[in-house]
Design a protein around this ligand. Structure first.
Ligand code: GLN
Length: 427
C-alpha cells in the first residue's frame, strides 16, 4: 500500500542566527499552509503544481524561531475528511496502528510526529482535524480558541470555524509550538493578544490538577464504543487520583451539532472553493472559449468526489429558496451550542470526553459511507461551533481492539493554559 506522510519532502531551514526557541527542532507542516517557494497542494490535484509566493504568518514565525521545516504533510483534500483517504496523493498509514487510518484531515502531520519523522507538526482544525489524528496516532494535538492563531496563508475551507494548531509527542512540546505561532497579526483581523497567567504555554505543563473540576457531558460519552468509554473513564479516574473531581453535565444542543457543522462548513467551502476556476489556479484543459465549459472542465478534473459533494450541498444550502431552511437554522443551532458550553463551563473548569467515539478505522473502511465519516466527528465539531479551545491527549489503548484512544479536554475562551496544565497530568 502506498504510504504518504509527506506530499512534498522538502527541507526549509529556519533563521540559523535566530537562536530562537525552536532552534534545532524539526517541524512538519500540513499542506494547506502556504510556504513561499515550496509547493502547497491541499491534498488536491487542483493545486498539484501550485507554489505560493508568500509564507503563512505561522511559517514566518517558525522560521524566525529557528525551526527546521522538514516537509509538507498529507491531508484530506482541502481538509474535508476524517481519515486522510480523500487526498489526491493516496492514503497515509497510521504508525501507531498499521493498516488503520491516521485520522484526518491532518493525518500526515500526526503520523509524522508518531513515526518520528518530525518532533513537532502543524495542522488545521475546522471540525476536529487536529484532535482526531492526534487521538488516532497516539500524540498530542491542540485546537486553539478561534482568534488565537493567525489564519493568514491557510487555504480556507470553513473560515469561521478553523484554526491552525500544534502536534507534539508531549503536551509540553505541543505547547512550546503554540507559544511560537500565537499572537496578533495585522493580516488576520480576527486575531488578538492574550494575557497569559504564567510565562508561556509550555510553562503551564505542570501536571497540577489538584482541585480541578471536570464536567463530563453525558451526550459525548453515551454514543462511544465500549473500549473507548472504558479507557476514557480510566483516564478520569487517574485525574481524580491526582486531586481533580468530576461531575456529569448536559449539553442538549450537541445532538444537532453534526448537522449544523456540516451545513455551515459546506456552505463556507462552496464559497471559498469558487476561486479554483482554472484561470488563477488549476490544471489546463482542452475546453476552449466558453467560460462556463472551461470552469466546469477544470473543476471536474481538479476536485475529488468528497470536495464536489460538499460544493454541491453547500451551494444548495445557500441558495435563495433554501437559505432560511438550512443555513440560517444551522447558525441558530451554532448559537445554541455556544450557550450550552458557556453554561457547562460556568460550573466546571474543563469539560472532558473521548476525542473520537471510535478507534481508528481500517484503511478503506469508511470511504464509501460519507455519513459514517461525518458522524465520527460528533465530539469534535461542537467545539469549533463554540469557538473554544480543546486538546487531545493520549488516554491509552482500547481493551477491545488495542488501538489508541484520545481524551479531549475543552476549556473556556483563551483558556489554553488550563487545558495544558490538566492534560499534562495524564503523561
Ligand atoms: N472531518 C471534518 C470535516 O470533514 C473536520 C475536518 C477539519 O477539521 N478540517 O469537515
Amino acid at each position: 500500500m502506498a504510504d504518504t506522510i509527506f506530499i512534498t519532502d522538502e527541507r526549509i531551514d529556519g533563521d540559523a542566527d535566530a537562536d530562537g526557541p525552536l532552534t534545532g527542532r524539526t517541524v512538519a507542516i500540513k499542506d494547506n499552509i502556504s510556504t513561499e517557494g515550496v509547493r502547497t497542494t491541499c491534498g488536491s490535484a487542483m493545486l498539484e503544481d501550485y507554489v505560493p509566493p508568500y509564507d503563512a504568518t505561522v511559517v514566518s514565525r517558525l522560521k524566525d524561531a529557528g525551526a527546521t521545516i522538514v516537509g509538507k504533510t498529507n491531508m484530506d483534500e482541502f481538509g474535508m475528511g476524517t481519515t486522510t483517504e480523500t487526498s489526491a496523493f493516496g492514503p497515509t498509514d497510521n504508525p501507531a496502528a498499521p493498516g488503520h487510518v491516521p485520522g484526518g484531515s491532518s493525518g500526515g502531520s500526526a503520523a509524522a510526529v508518531a513515526a518520528g519523522e518530525a518532533e513537532l507538526a502543524l495542522g488545521s482544525d475546522t471540525g476536529g482535524s487536529i484532535r482526531c489524528p492526534a487521538a488516532f496516532c497516539g500524540v498530542v494535538g491542540i485546537k486553539p480558541t478561534y482568534g488565537l492563531v493567525s489564519r493568514y496563508g491557510l487555504v480556507a475551507y470553513g473560515n469561521s470555524l478553523e484554526q491552525i494548531g500544534p502536534f507534539g509527542e508531549t503536551v509540553e512540546d505541543a505547547a512550546a509550538l503554540l507559544d511560537v505561532i500565537t499572537g496578533p497579526d495585522d493580516r488576520d483581523a480576527t486575531t488578538r493578544a492574550v494575557e497569559l497567567d504564567g510565562e508561556s504555554y509550555a510553562d503551564a505543563a505542570t501536571g497540577d490538577v489538584d482541585g480541578l473540576t471536570i464536567g463530563v457531558p453525558t451526550e459525548l460519552v453515551e454514543g462511544a464504543d465500549e473500549g473507548v468509554v472504558d479507557t476514557f473513564w480510566d483516564a478520569i479516574a487517574e485525574l481524580e487520583a491526582q486531586g481533580a473531581e468530576y461531575h456529569e453535565v448536559s449539553l442538549p444542543s450537541v445532538e444537532h451539532a453534526v448537522e449544523a457543522y456540516y451545513v455551515i462548513a459546506m456552505s463556507e467551502a462552496s464559497s471559498n472553493l469558487a476561486r479554483f476556476d482554472g484561470v488563477r489556479y488549476g490544471p489546463a484543459t482542452d475546453a476552449d472559449g466558453n467560460w462556463n465549459e472551461t470552469f466546469a472542465a477544470v473543476r471536474k478534473e481538479g476536485f475529488g468526489d468528497e470536495v464536489k459533494r460538499r460544493i454541491l450541498l453547500g451551494t444548495y444550502a445557500l441558495s435563495a429558496g433554501y437559505h432560511d431552511k438550512y443555513y440560517k437554522k444551522a447558525q441558530d443551532a451554532r448559537a445554541w451550542v455556544k450557550q450550552d458550553f458557556d453554561e457547562a463551563l460556568s460550573e466546571a473548569d474543563v469539560l472532558a470526553s473521548p476525542t473520537m467515539p471510535v478507534t481508528p478505522f481500517e484503511q478503506g473502511e469508511s470511504l464509501d459511507d460519507p455519513l459514517q465519516m461525518y458522524l465520527a466527528d460528533a465530539n469534535t465539531v461542537p467545539v469549533n461551533l463554540a469557538d473554544l479551545p480543546a486538546i487531545s491527549v493520549p488516554a491509552g489503548e482500547s481493551d477491545v481492539d488495542g488501538l489508541p484512544v484520545g481524551l479531549q479536554l475543552v476549556g473556556p475562551s483563551f483558556g489554553e493554559e488550563r487545558l495544558i496544565r490538566a492534560a499534562s497530568a495524564l503523561e
